[in-house]
Design a protein around this ligand. Sequence first.
Ligand code: BEZ
Length: 217
Amino acid sequence: MELQENVNIMPKIGDLAPDFTSVTTVGPLKFSEYNKGSWVILFSHPADFTPVCTTEMSAFAQKEDEFRAMNTKLMGLSIDSIHSHIAWVNNVKEKLGILMKFPIIADIDMKVSKLYGMLQPGESETAAVRAVFIIDPEGIVRLIMYYPLNVGRSMDEIIRALKALQTAHKHKVAMPVNWQPGDKVIVPPPKTVEDMEERMKSDYEMIDFYLAKKDIK
Ligand code: BEZ
């Protein structure tokens, strides 16, 4: 009953990411400390020693340097004990030669899963769904993905979305469908007639006054 009451709490895009302190595979961590000065991707997986999760988590580990180069830290989570996490990390290292260095939260009391709406009882009462929260260096939730238990996430899309968020934030622009680094970006629509007239004289690629694209350096 208590679980049902609490599972509906879900941070939304634009909210301050809920803070917590947890046991992780690199020791106890306070989220707000970990988040200070960098982007964080907080993601959950349903269970250790399961096949889809192993493919996803090892893929995150293989991209860890790429994420670091984007000023982004990783943080995994599942409703498993710290001993299970340690045994699984060791197993993945032995079997696949991949070391998951990023912290994995042992959320055995479901505290963080409930805080982030990762427990979705229609899918599972006991395992977290495959959630992804991209959180900016100010602690604001910028993007949320939820996948079910039986479909693994796309690492390419997570990286693309992170690059799009960072570029949009830096240049105060928006990203069109299927945007990839190097593509033109969308200039926010004008707010006044004067702005619109200025825009008509610009060298933007202009479909109409409200749909204009430009290159970014
Ligand atoms: C998996 O990771 O393979 C998995 C985990 C929970 C339910 C179904 C699949």
